[in-house]
Structure formats: structure tokens, C-alpha cells
Ligand binder design. Sequence first.
Ligand SMILES: NC(=O)c1ccc[n+]([C@@H]2O[C@H](COP(=O)([O-])OP(=O)(O)OC[C@H]3O[C@@H](n4cnc5c(N)ncnc54)[C@H](O)[C@@H]3O)[C@@H](O)[C@H]2O)c1
Length: 375
Amino acid sequence: MPRVVGVAVLGSGGIARAHATALRRHAEAFPEAPAVGRLVAIAGRDAARAEAAARRLGAERWTADWRALLDDSEVEVVINAGSNDIHAEPSIAALRAGRAVLCEKPLARTAAEAAPMVRAAEEAREAAMTGFNYRFVPAVLLARRLVLDGALGRVYHFRARYSDDSLLDPDAPHGWRHERGLAGSGVVGDLASHVIDLAHFLVGPITAVTAAVRTYTRTRPAPGGHRPVTVEDAVVATLEFEGGALGTLDASGMCPGRKNFLSFELNGERGTVAFNLERLNELQVYHGDGRARGLADVLVTERDHPFGGRWWPPGHILGWEHTFVHQWEEFVRRTAGAGGEMVGATFADGLASARVCDALLAAAEEGRRVAVPAP
Ligand SMILES: NC(=O)c1ccc[n+]([C@@H]2O[C@H](COP(=O)([O-])OP(=O)(O)OC[C@H]3O[C@@H](n4cnc5c(N)ncnc54)[C@H](O)[C@@H]3O)[C@@H](O)[C@H]2O)c1
């Protein structure tokens, strides 16, 4: 029988639900897992909302004081799904209190804020993961397998976009995502941080960037009047990789018709792979072996594909929520001290992404190429 691990989720918003879903569905796909999670408590800024979330998601307790989670002897794992301003302090406190921590992306508002989180994880020797869940898309893992196997040869280019329409409506209310003090940045931390992590995962470290940013909506409605928007709505950047590859990154919340369009194309000397999160079961592949011309659409649901056979027969596709189940599966294996292939982002990976985010903002502000500090 797997060990049952008590889990607390900090945050009662959209992404808290995705994690709660992952806990519920995990054992169904991973019956051999050494441990499974039980949602014990939810903490939110607002007690009534935390209670509503706890009732909806099946948590036994709720609180408006996240510190109470650490006094709860049944809580062994903290999933930090709060807004960006509440990532560092509770995650460090939880690690010091002997809890494993899965913290949402971006790991922190800045690299300076993320660095002590990495130190706390090292000192505590507890499992610590950054919630870059797109590493767990089977098609992304297949792309990585092709890169690592050398099927693409030397990688020349990584071209990525993350486009959605989340910032288009100028009358949408002001929230924490629009305030630099709370969010750290706009689309750079919210969207580009995911892309940067995938770039690191697939190609290797980014060493220098140039960037331009724009804020199109300068104020947003708030109780008692309008409040200024102090973060960027869009970023366009160039990326230089340690291995010599050149990349481009374009992230924006101002794209009508785009909903969750995280796409990348990787060009190597022998082949290309291309991916789009809005079609997450597919990977476009070109092998350049002379037998095929052009990119072929591969439906990444075969038994020998990553996570193949875990859910449904080949061709029976997966969704966004499965990435959270896969992420949880690896995390709970880490907490149980079990082995196996580990692909999830560590806190150090979260810091690496934050360093590039900082560099993008500095490059845009100063109008120059900025080197990303080495770890
Ligand atoms: N991995 C992904 O694909 C993905 C997707 C969306 C959001 N996120 C990340 O998840 C985090 C939350 O995003 P969201 O969309 O759920 O936001 P949200 O605004 O819906 O929820 C934020 C939550 O933080 C809680 N919170 C804020 N201050 C708190 C405090 N002092 N104590 C306890 N709780 C507090 C609020 O109660 C709220 O429930 C962000 O860091 C975001 O970047 C990740």
C-alpha cells in the first residue's frame, strides 16, 4: 500500500484547483506509486474563499493564516499556489519546518528573492520543485528525448512564442498580476518564465539576452478609481545559448484569438521539432534522413511515448490537467526518496529562469544586450 502524505495547498485560486485535481487522479494512473497525497488543508488570503475552495476541492480544513499549515502535524507537503508575492516566505518557512515544497512558477518575483529559496531547499534536504508543469507534456518530453538522443544533431535555433488574450480587455479589473510589487513582472514572469524553463530543459543555459517590452494598458479599474499598471503586457527578446544556439522569444497577453499558445520550434543540423500547447498531444517532427520531406505530425500517445499507456489507449488524448498529475507523481516520488527518471524543475531551475527574467527586464530598460549571471 502506498504511504499517504498529508498535503496543504497555499492559495485557493485557479491553479490551486489544478493541483487538487492532480492529487485526486494520481493513484488512478500510477497505482505502483510509493506515496499518494491527501488534501488536508487550504490556506487563502480570505477565509470565506478558502472555506469555499476547501469544500469544493475536498480539503478537510482551511485557514486565512498560512503559518497555521506549518503547525499542523498532518501536513507533510506544502503546494505553494499563491500569488507571486507569497512564494518565497512561506516556501522557506515550510522547508525549515521540515516540509517538502512544490512551488508554483515563477519561483519568486526576482532572482534575488529566489536565491534564498534554493539555499533553504539545500539546507533542509527536503524535496523542492518549481511548478514548471509544461515539462510534463508527453510531446515536450518526446522533443527532449529526440534532442538528447542526438536525432536533431547540434541545435541551431529555439524560436518560441507564448501568446494569449488575457490582457486585452482594458476594463478587466486591476489585480496582483498588474502590480510589479506583487507580481515582480508582467508577461515576463507569468508567460515567458515557462518558455525560458523549456528553453533550458531542451537546449541548455541561456547566457545573454536583448529585449523590448511594452505596456499598452496603463491603468485598470479598481475599487475607488483606476490604478496604474506597473508591469509589461508584451516582451520580444533574443536569446543566446551556452551551446551556441540562437533563439527568439515573444510573449504577450495582447493577442486576440490566442488562448494558451505556447509554441516552440527547435532547429538542429539534422532535424526540427515544433510544438504548440493548444495542440498538446502533437509534436511536429522532421528527421531530415532523406526518406521524408517536411514536418510530420506525430500524435504523442503511443505506449512507448513518455507517459504512454498510463491513461488511455493510443490516440485517446490527454489534456492540460494531466501535466499536473505527472508533475505530482514525480514530486511525491521525490518526497518518498524513490528513484526513477527525474525531469521536473528544481528550485535551482526556478532560480535559473528568474535570472533570465531579470536579464530580459534589464535589457529592455537599459536598451542593451545583458549577460545572464552564471549560477
Ligand atoms: N503552472 C501554470 O501553468 C500556472 C498557471 C496559472 C498560474 N500559475 C501560478 O500560480 C500562482 C497563482 O496563480 P492563480 O492564477 O491561481 O492566481 P489567483 O489570483 O487565482 O490565486 C492567488 C491565490 O493566492 C492566495 N494568496 C494571496 N496572498 C495570500 C496569503 N497571504 N495567504 C494565503 N493565500 C494567499 C489568494 O487567496 C488566492 O487564492 C501564480 O504564481 C501563478 O504564476 C501557474
